[in-house]
Design a protein around this ligand. Structure first.
Ligand code: SF4
Length: 411
């Protein structure tokens, strides 16, 4: 059968890549090819940023090298037993597409993943070759995120780090049992070993060398991973526990949560419905609480016996409503850690509160100027001239501070 034309391949392989959530380029450092005479830059100017309605970054050319795959992961549309149209790019085609799209300012970089063809090593070698040609033969200075194949050799994964801004290795599912049941060819131990190898390499590269006193360049955006949510019955508490372990053990920059999408002709082991997208959103909020607000994963779900996040309100507000005795927090005296626990106060708002209160005692209006909604914050703080009185004891507090439910539209 003749190979489909490149436009058709692009339609197939870009569509096949849409299940990969790991596409944020925020971890990249600044790269500019003005001096090298090449093309591309991750400087702020001239970069086209675009976000899909669900908040995902789409300013990268996000494609698979191929959607042929010798593995048969039950949750994946590209699994070997799936009846989908297949296509395969050559290395040259991906390089050319990336450069063409970049020149037209359609993208700020490349996100490249692949099904496994022939062997993990052969597939990984092709992924690395795309990045090598972009960087070394075309002086490409844009962002490159490579999805690595955990079963590939450590040498190949390390080579990928020489050219990529960020590397990711998917843990796939939150538990080892889930991986073994739904992705029988994958080994959780191998995935962890590859992540540990990457962590070592990243840490070594972060140390200045004795001779040049410079740090070597190796995947400056670090490593990330993706977990599919809702493909099995794993509760949010276990998902967050796995994320906390991944952040702690492998120093990941990000764990991405990807709501399971039902696929055609899928295994009976999979649910027929996708989980609510809000579940993915709440997991990101809880993840943020662990990374930036100092919450332990066990605290976040302590008040939820079913181990599931409340879909109706954000987890920080849910935690505050369950721990009313620590509130109100005095914005003029409380330490940073306590201020970060106030619903509606993020890291930037807390920084501004701390900086402003050095000069004067803050009133409610001052706090209102640094946060998005003073209505959400008001019941949980004390400020100059303001106390929430009995608001914290009110049975209607949740109603008062929770976002109003929206009437769904029929059309
Ligand atoms: S290895 Fe990747 S592409 Fe292949 S079936 Fe599994 S998840 Fe899909």
């Amino acid at each position: 059968m003749p190979a489909p034309p490149i436009r058709e391949k692009l339609a197939i392989l870009a569509d096949a890549a849409k299940y990969d959530a790991s596409c944020a380029s925020s971890g990249a450092d600044r790269r500019n090819s003005l001096k090298s005479g090449g093309i591309g830059s991750t400087e702020a100017t001239g970069i086209c940023h675009a976000y899909a309605p669900d908040g995902r970054c789409i300013s990268l050319l996000k494609v698979l090298l191929t959607n042929f795959c010798i593995y048969d992961c039950a949750y994946c549309i590209n699994r070997s037993s799936s009846n989908v149209r297949r296509a395969r790019f050559s290395i040259d085609e991906v390089v050319k597409l990336t450069l063409d799209f970049y020149r037209r300012n359609y993208i700020e970089g490349l996100f490249l993943s692949s099904g496994v063809i022939r062997s993990p090593d052969e597939t990984m070698a092709e992924i690395v070759e795309v990045a090598r040609r972009l960087r070394l033969e075309n002086s490409f200075g844009g962002y490159i995120h490579l999805k690595t194949i955990p079963e590939a050799s450590q040498e190949l994964i390390e080579q990928a780090g020489l050219y990529a801004d960020r590397l990711s290795i998917n843990v796939e599912l939150p538990t080892d049992e889930g991986v073994m049941r739904l992705a029988p060819e994958k080994r959780p131990q191998t995935i962890r070993r590859s992540m540990a190898g990457l962590r070592e390499k990243l840490e070594a590269a972060a140390e200045p060398t004795l001779r040049t006193k410079k740090r070597s360049r190796f995947a400056p955006g670090g490593q990330s991973t993706q977990m599919i949510v809702g493909a099995d019955t794993t509760p949010d508490a276990t998902i967050l526990k796995t994320s906390a372990r991944l952040y702690g053990s492998y120093r990941l920059r990000r764990v991405y949560y990807s709501a399971f999408s039902p696929i055609p002709d899928s295994s009976a082991a999979l649910p027929s419905m996708k989980p609510p997208l809000m579940r993915e959103h709440r997991l990101y909020q809880a993840d943020w609480m662990m990374r930036f607000y100092g919450f332990d994963q066990r605290e976040i779900l302590a008040g939820r016996p079913d181990g599931m996040l409340d879909l109706a309100i954000d987890p920080k507000l849910a935690w505050a409503l369950d721990h009313r005795t620590i509130f109100p927090v005095d914005v003029n005296r409380a330490p940073r850690e306590l201020l970060l626990r106030v619903p509606g106060l993020g890291t930037k708002a807390v920084k501004r509160v701390l900086a402003s209160r050095v000069h004067r005692r803050l009133r409610l209006e001052d706090v209102g100027r640094v946060c998005q909604s003073i209505a959400a914050v008001r019941p949980f703080i004390v400020a100059e001239g303001w106390s929430p009185g009995g608001a914290l004891d009110s049975e209607r507090l949740r109603e008062t501070v929770a976002p109003k439910a929206k009437q769904l539209e029929l059309f």
